[in-house]
Design a protein around this ligand. Structure first.
Ligand code: CO
Length: 285
């Protein structure tokens, strides 16, 4: 077996979204435009109860999947498919925007806390104009596995014989939230075919000699095994992997297609109110 080392450490760019919400973006920055099949990774959060959180009012997406994982707080949302809900801490929202979705995402604090991740997963060109789909996972729908020194929440992929509820047939995404006790080591087999990264959001962890500070994305090199060691105060991170799609990526904001013609079409469709094909009753908040 070959242990994956860290091939690139990407420091997050702090992006100010709305009023007062700081988003730490790693994938989707000049240092790391994308990481096939991943297009963007945002870590959003606030621990200031007085901070005003504007959220993300009505906006479009076309050509990919958004996967949102709430760690703290909650997120009220509604979309053009007619879905409406309140994503709770520990829950996840998987949305295949595909041919077009307009939605609003309004994260809210609970006892002054709000934290989560949003990952954009690309779709192959054959799927980009397919029907949108949506799945909301309650905290209880995401299994947690206790192992030696570790507690692992399995959103997608497999760990310890347990399979997560999210399945992307195109990229076979693996998405694990791993909490390690002090000095514990996480040992995981990941297919050689998968692009993979680790993002530490609590404590300190290492892969080989490389320390993984917070607000950094550790892109993993080739191999079939991942070894992450926690520091003396423990660590918590997400480990995400997926099979690359291997097609051109042409992005303009919330539209990700394979050619500039398709991007221009998306902009025309949005302007002419044709981005969403089957629009359910939707009232932007
Ligand atoms: Co969105």
């Amino acid at each position: 077996m070959t242990v994956r080392n860290v091939s690139q450490l990407v420091r997050a760019t702090a992006v100010s979204e709305g009023a007062g919400v700081t988003v730490h973006r790693t994938i989707g920055t000049p240092a790391r435009r994308n990481l096939d099949p991943f297009l963007m990774l945002d870590h959003f959060g606030s621990d200031d109860p007085d901070q005003y959180i504007a959220g993300f009012p009505s906006h479009p997406h076309r050509g990919f999947i958004t996967l949102t994982y709430m760690l703290d707080g909650h997120m009220e949302h509604q979309d053009s498919m007619g879905n409406q809900g309140d994503l709770r801490a520990g829950g996840a929202q998987w949305m295949k925007a595909a041919s077009g979705v307009i939605h609003s995402e309004m994260p809210k604090q609970t006892e002054g806390l709000m934290r989560g991740f949003q990952l954009w997963i690309n779709l192959p060109s054959s799927e980009k104009m397919s029907e949108p789909a949506y799945q909301e996972l309650t905290p209880g729908a995401i299994p947690a596995v206790e192992a030696a020194g570790a507690r692992v929440r399995v959103l997608s992929g497999e760990y310890g014989g347990v399979t997560g509820p999210i399945d992307d047939p195109n990229t076979h995404v693996v998405y694990l939230d791993v909490e390690l006790e002090p000095d514990a080591v996480f040992d995981y087999e990941l297919p050689v075919s998968h692009t993979a990264f680790v993002n530490v959001f609590e404590g300190v962890a290492r892969i080989g000699d490389a320390e993984l500070p917070r607000h950094h994305l550790a892109v993993l090199g080739e191999g079939d095994r991942v070894l992450v060691a926690a520091g003396e105060s423990g660590a918590r991170f997400i480990l995400v992997g997926g099979r690359p799609i291997g097609e051109p990526v042409v992005q303009y904001g919330p539209f990700v297609m394979t050619s500039s013609e398709e991007i221009e079409q998306a902009m025309r469709d949005y302007r002419d109110n044709r981005l969403v094909r089957a629009r359910a009753a939707f009232h932007a908040s």
